[in-house]
Design a protein around this ligand. Structure first.
Ligand code: ZN
Length: 105
């Protein structure tokens, strides 16, 4: 069976059920919810919603201006450096880091 342990980014997202795929929840970014007011407002914005997968959630956080607005930069850095258990392709992880570095410059 798949491992059910919540990934490291889970606490920064609110899970909602996926109408297209009952077994894979959608994750809505908590910082985006804070920005746009309510879950209902936020879940209709495709850029704020991702599948509940560690690598996708990390990818969202690395690009999310709202996350960086509500979370201190030390914390942002710490979170984006967390390992992604589902991501066995190191190349992908490197890309996320590179994108993040581009963003903060
Ligand atoms: Zn966000």
């Amino acid at each position: 069976m798949k491992n059910k342990k919540p990934h490291a980014f889970r606490q920064y997202f609110v899970l909602i059920s996926n109408p297209n795929n009952a077994t894979n929840a959608l994750a809505v970014c908590s910082s985006c919810i804070k920005k746009y007011g309510t879950l209902e407002e936020t879940r209709v914005r495709p850029e704020c919603v991702t599948s509940n997968r560690a690598n996708l959630c990390q990818n969202h956080l690395s690009k999310c201006a709202n996350f960086k607005e509500y979370v201190s930069s030390e914390e942002v850095q710490r979170i984006l450096n967390l390992s992604v258990p589902e991501d066995d392709k190191n190349k992908k992880k490197e890309n996320i880091k590179v994108n993040y570095l581009k963003f903060i410059k």
